[in-house]
Design a protein around this ligand. Sequence first.
Ligand code: CP
Length: 306
Amino acid sequence: MLNKKDLLGIKELSAEEITLILDTAGGFRDVLGRDIKKVPTLRGKTTVNLFFEPSTRTRTSFELAAKRLSTDVINFSVPTSSVVKGESLIDTALTVQALGADFIIIRHSSSGVPHLLAKKLRASVINAGDGINEHPTQALLDAFTIREKKGTIKGLHIAIVGDIAHSRVAKSNIYSLIKLGARVRLIGPPTLIPAEIADMNVKVFHKIEEGLKGADVLMTLRIQMERQDKGFFPSTEEYSKNWGLTPDRVALAKEDAIVMHPGPMNRGIEIVSEIADGPRSVILEQVTNGIAVRMAVMYLLSGYRR
Ligand code: CP
């Protein structure tokens, strides 16, 4: 067990705790391969998905993870809730807890919201993405996928390409992959790689061809269209020309390199379809592995003694 009430970020986890989650997820992956995919482990518990931002992968896989563990699941719908009448975030979360929630899965556009709720609630809070801060379960499913494909993470050259500055996925992955012994390369324009991240025991490249050379894992990030007008890059065409994953660029990596993307993808901008759907892509396996990893997180938090 993790002996933690909440999962707020990878920053707070040790390498041993990350490894425990990945090993536990391996057991749940076997369960998900059976005809009967459900286990009674958390029967009687209640999970509430509290998503204040859109999501396809994370929300659905938390719902499936919770159901496979036999918890009751409520998908809280913000647009039809009393949030639109002005009810505060804290009052909403306390109300959900008063209705019996044992796990609250929270996604919010403001960094730090899960940390705030974790202090106020008895329920376990799991961060499903907070602002530009962290997306811990995405990094855990990414680490699980890399370890499964490569056998280990230690010593691998892992290149992360794109909008590092605004990516909670990149931050959680940097924490996780460094703790697990990988050599992390960050590739992107200087405007999208802030100094505090460049100082995190990573190697920074401002030319994609140099950064991809000899890499074992290529992870590209979603270009956040909502930030396009902020001047971090001139245009999507320019971005694609300089930073897009194309066959010529991928060929610079190791012959057995894998290609990852957390989704949702902007095809033709950060990645071309030939690569996204090609033989090196593990993008849909990342999605599948998310269920087992999220089951592992919920199971390991359930052992916390208050
Ligand atoms: N990777 C990820 O967080 O995807 P969703 O926004 O669809 O959950």
